[in-house]
Structures are given as C-alpha cells and as structure tokens.
Design a protein around this ligand. Sequence first.
Ligand code: FES
Length: 122
Amino acid sequence: MYGPEGDEGAERAGYRVHLCFGPNCSPRESRALLPVLEAAVAREGLADRVEIIATSCRNRCDYGPSMNVYPGPTFYNELTAEAIDEIVREHLKKGQPVTRWLFRPKLLRPSVPSRKPRHFSR
Ligand code: FES
C-alpha cells in the first residue's frame, strides 16, 4: 500500500523518499545525510515501509539539501541531520509532516513600486 489513511493508515503507510544528490545539494552535504536517513529509518523500524532513493536535482537548488517525501509530495529543504531524524520520527513514523523543515521560498527582493507609464509625444 502507498499512502496514509488517517492515523491508522499512517501506521501502515509506505513512503518513498527522494534525497537530492544533485550538483548544488551535494556540496551542501546531502550525501552525508543518506546514512543518517538510513539509520533513522532502521532505528524506527520503518525499513520495510520506507523506500529511499538518491536522486538528481529537485529544482530547489538555492534551498538544499532538498528532500521530497511521497505520497505528497512534501518538500523539505535546508536539511540537517537533526531535521532528518525529526522527519523520520514524525512524518515517516507518525504521518505528521514537520512544518519547520518545509520548503519556504525566500523573498528575493523587496517589492518595487510600479513606474508610471511613459507618454511619448510626437
Ligand atoms: S541540486 Fe538539489 S535541488 Fe537542485
């Protein structure tokens, strides 16, 4: 089965986790998070219900390390070992996404007041 169905369903749910090994996440230590993720999944007794896949770019390069959890998808970013442990305990074990590690786009620049249209005379 693939997907949580409330609390009871989440107990049985299967998840697929995509951890980014892309060119921007790798220098941010995403590869070092794989053994952390594998160990946390094993420690929580989820090895038969969680599939872990090292993937290419997840298209959130400025926010890496990136990880997607399916079903969802739920997008996690700026991950650390602490984040991985918490996501495994709360999301993958209990079915509760961990809001503090969710992807949140940064404001790239403050809003700029719109210009008045130019009027050209002939
Ligand atoms: S390299 Fe990881 S999101 Fe692009």
